[in-house]
Design a protein around this ligand. Structure first.
Ligand SMILES: [Zn+2]
Ligand SMILES: [Zn+2]
Ligand SMILES: [Zn+2]
Length: 89
């Protein structure tokens, strides 16, 4: 393996799998219901909507907090994405 591992993953707390969340809390607070996919931050458990959703709450959360790694919160998906490394980790 020549690919460097993501330095952010190893610092993450062991969060329990939340199951499949059914809404983006920031969208709900804003009165929106048209999020596309949901993402969960592994640092803090925050749920946010993906970049295909107009408000892009997941990206906003990264920009505001620097929390680097999120996972898909879609049923059957378990991939993780590091915003800092810009790749699946
Ligand atoms: Zn990383
Ligand atoms: Zn949202
Ligand atoms: Zn966070």
């Amino acid at each position: 393996m020549t690919v460097a591992t993501c330095a952010h993953v190893k610092d993450l707390p062991a969060l329990p799998d939340p199951g499949v969340p059914d809404s983006c809390p920031a969208c709900v607070m804003a009165g929106l219901t048209n999020w596309v996919h949901l993402r969960m931050f592994l640092t803090c458990g925050q749920i946010g909507c993906c970049d295909s959703s107009t408000p892009r709450h997941a990206s906003n959360h990264y920009e505001q907090t620097g929390h680097a790694v999120m996972r898909s919160a879609e049923k059957g998906e378990s991939w993780r994405w590091c915003y800092v490394d810009q790749r699946i980790v």
